[in-house]
Ligand binder design. Sequence first.
Ligand code: FE
Ligand code: ZN
Length: 260
Amino acid sequence: MSLEIHQLPAFDDNYLYILRDTQSGETAAVDPGDASVILKFLKNHRWPLHKIFITHHHFDHTGGIAALKQKTKAQVFAPKYDEHRISQVDHWLEEGLEVTVGSYKAQVLFLPGHTLGHIAYYFASEKALFSGDVLFAMGCGRLFEGSPAQMYQSLEKIKTLPPETKIYCAHEYTLANGRFALSVDPNNSDLLQRMDIVENLRQKNQPTLPTDLQLELKTNPFLRCHSPDIRKTVGLTTSPEPQVFAEIRKRKDQNYTDPI
Ligand code: FE
Ligand code: ZN
C-alpha cells in the first residue's frame, strides 16, 4: 500500500505527475500541461483518471485540462484566486483546504510570487511537495505577477516543512539554475559537488528531480539569503533577507532567460 508518484516529461522541460493510491486505485494528475502525455501513460497502465490538481494558471500547467476532462471525466481542482482565468474547474482551493488521492491527504499551501494565485500540494504522510513553479532545484520561479517580498515569504513557508521533504518541481531547469547559483555562491562546496552530479545526469538526459528540501537549503541561493558568502558577493552584507532575495532574483533575470 503506497502512494505511487510517476514523473512524466512534457514539452521541452516540463514534468507532469501522476499520483496513484495503489490500494483504492484512485489516480490524479498534477499540472497536466499536455493531455496526450498523460493519456498515453494512463492507456499503457490501463488506469482511469479521477482528479486533476493545478498549481497555477500558466498554459504549460493547464493546457491538458479540457481534453482530459472530456476523455476521463476527472474532477479538476485549482486555486480560487485564478477563478477568472482557469476554465472547467470543479473545486476551487485555498490555503488550509485538503485534497485526497485515495486515502492520501494533501494540504493546500498558498505560495504567491511566480503568479498571484499559485498553490502547492503537500502530502505530509509522504513528505512530498508538488511545488509547481515556486521552488526549483537550485532556483525559484520568475516573478511574473508577485513581488520579491511575496516570493520570499512563500519560500520561507516551504522552509518550515521537514528537511527530508521531497520536492517535485514542474521544470527541469536544474543545470542553468546551478550555473547561476555558482555565480553568487562560488565557494559553496555542497553546490560544487551537486553540480558534478547534475551535469552527469543531464549528459545522460536523465532527470535531476525530485529534489529534497535539505539539499535545497544547502545549495539553492534563493533559500540562502542569510548566507554571509552570498551577501558578500551581491554587496548586501547588512540588508534584510527579502532585499537580498530581490537582488539575487534581479541578477538571475538579467543574466539568464528563465523560460516559464
Ligand atoms: Fe511552468
Ligand atoms: Zn508558470
